[in-house]
Design a protein. Structure first.
Length: 65
């Protein structure tokens, strides 16, 4: 199990109380990697490192419409 899959396993179990087999955890890790990249790319067009953390939540709420 690679580090990303292990991280997903820990989050699923620790935060949600869920357990998946290793194949499904690897799929979830890959899906999250794509989603994370898309969110980071979208946010980088509107946010800078020095913005307030609330700016990210505001951007998500505004763009989710």
């Amino acid at each position: 199990m690679d580090d990303k899959t292990r991280t997903v396993a820990g989050m699923a179990a620790g935060l949600q109380g869920l357990k998946y087999d290793e194949a499904r955890l690897a799929e979830i890790a890959a899906e999250l990697e794509v989603l994370n990249a898309a969110v980071r790319k979208a946010a980088s067009a509107h946010l800078t490192f020095d913005d307030e953390p609330a700016s990210f939540a505001s951007l998500l709420a505004r763009e989710a419409k």
